[in-house]
Design a protein around this ligand. Structure first.
Ligand SMILES: [Fe+2]
Length: 458
């Protein structure tokens, strides 16, 4: 399942090997089974794997109507053929709370073997505490393998997770077979059409104070083309420009995709030539890469996988650290969360000949997954260890808090401290200042109230 924006509704996909007449979705609040809603779609479409066996399945996308907030829903899907209806197991999901805070999970790079974080992700799903999983590419290793049956095996493997908590995915290099056909079909519930993109490889989602963009890093590599790069970057530019104009409603902008813009150690091609392509684009095109757009539209965080470890950077730009604090950061920073677990194991940072780049804030080469708590003024990022022996939850590997001033009634608090002194974050022109003060945690910070003449919120 996947969200449409703000969790107002969800989309659910299921697969059948046989062609059916109708696909049905029935859902009801857990505490009120008389309040039952049914939606029906006609037979779906046949998805044929590109392998020699022409392995075929029928996929069915269903969408809920508007959902109530703060509600646990039960649901099941049904396939109707002739006079017979077969129903799936009943699953449960929760809708967004009415408060302004939520949490989500970020992870990537998980297959059916050595899926160390799988038990933790199942626990996370069943807790109904996290609102979605952002999955930064490379699922199944690979869905197209064994004439596409690996994709079926993987979707069955993760079904109890993916049917319980919406999964907002991005494509990775292990999804690129047959022009991403498995990803484009099996993740066609991604909200791409309403995001103005013409296939499921890119979309964005508004969710409370977050604007989340799912981008395909793969346009720059193997299966990509200059036309695809241009289309993707133009779409991203427009999407981010719109999001940046709506900061007063959604202060945070995160982009996630599969490959890193920065990573360690520099001996790896992923962290040199390929990271440079992600940042600056292909030398033979003049479209540029992602970094200029992230800086132009003041993206807060970039999340990715591909490297099978966890690495957090400081705020950075053009290969240089811009700050050592996450208080009103002057530029974006990056999290690599590609350590969910797969048959390739983890990527080591061990390399004595290379000094650690000054932008690398924390490196962890075990298994795990991240959680991010989002409120209008604060992000709390945590990384949790998954233990390889039995998939148990280990220690908390990392925790960092990112803060920015609150936008309220067309004003925002602006604070000066050592960390923030050089940031000059935005909206500098049309402001009147009145001085206020508040204290945070350890030290007192002096703040200014900035009035914006052109804010839209009344
Ligand atoms: Fe990858």
């Amino acid at each position: 399942m996947a969200w449409i924006s703000d969790g107002k509704g969800c989309r659910i996909q299921f697969a059948t090997y046989d062609e059916i007449d109708d696909a049905m979705l029935q859902y009801w609040p857990e505490d009120d089974d008389k309040d039952l809603t049914t939606t029906i779609v006609k037979r779906g479409w046949a998805f044929v794997d590109g392998g020699k066996a022409h392995h075929t399945m029928h996929l069915h996308n269903l969408e809920s109507k508007l959902l109530k907030k703060d509600t646990l829903y039960m649901y099941q899907v049904g396939s109707v053929k002739g006079s017979a209806t077969l129903w799936s197991d009943v699953y449960k999901f929760h809708t967004p709370s009415s408060g302004d805070t939520f949490e989500f999970v970020a992870t990537g790079d998980m297959g059916t073997s050595n899926a160390v974080s799988m038990p933790n992700l199942l626990r996370v799903a069943n807790q109904h505490r996290y609102d979605f999983i952002a999955f930064a590419g490379d699922q199944a290793y690979d869905m197209a393998d064994f004439n596409g049956t690996k994709g079926d095996e993987y979707m069955n493997f993760v079904q109890d997770i993916y049917a319980t908590i919406p999964v907002m995915a991005a494509p990775g290099n292990h999804e690129n077979t047959y022009n991403f056909s498995h990803y484009k079909n099996r993740f066609s519930i991604n909200p791409y059409a309403e995001s103005g993109f013409d296939d499921p490889t890119m979309y964005s989602l508004d969710y409370k104070s977050l604007h989340l963009v799912s981008f395909s890093s793969e346009v720059f590599f193997d299966e990509g083309s200059p036309e695809q790069i241009q289309t993707a970057l133009q779409w991203l530019d427009q999407d981010l420009a719109k999001a940046n104009a709506n900061r007063h409603i959604r202060p945070w902008i995160m982009v996630f995709a599969h490959r890193p813009l920065y990573c360690s150690p520099s001996e790896s091609e992923d962290c040199t030539d390929k990271a440079d392509i992600m940042r600056n684009g292909l030398k033979e095109t003049d479209f540029g890469g992602l970094e200029a757009l992230f800086l132009k539209h003041r993206v807060d965080i970039y999340i990715c996988g591909h490297r099978h470890n966890y690495e957090r950077t400081y705020p950075l730009a053009h290969n240089k650290r811009m700050a050592t604090s996450y208080y009103q950061p002057p530029s974006f920073f990056q999290l690599i969360v590609g350590n969910a677990g797969n048959f390739q194991g983890t990527d080591s940072f061990e390399n004595a000949s290379v000094p650690i780049a000054d932008w690398s804030a924390l490196r962890y080469e075990g298994y795990g997954f991240s959680t991010i708590k989002v409120s209008p003024t604060k992000l709390q990022i945590s990384h949790h260890q998954s233990l390889p022996k039995d998939g148990a939850l280990g220690r908390m590997v990392d925790r960092v808090i990112v803060r920015k001033p609150r936008y309220t009634n067309g004003r925002r608090l602006r604070c000066s401290s050592n960390a923030a002194a050089s940031t000059n974050y935005a909206f500098d022109n049309e402001e009147d200042e009145t001085t206020a003060a508040y204290s945070s945690g350890r030290s007192s910070i002096s703040c200014s109230m900035h009035h914006h003449r052109h804010q839209i919120i009344p």
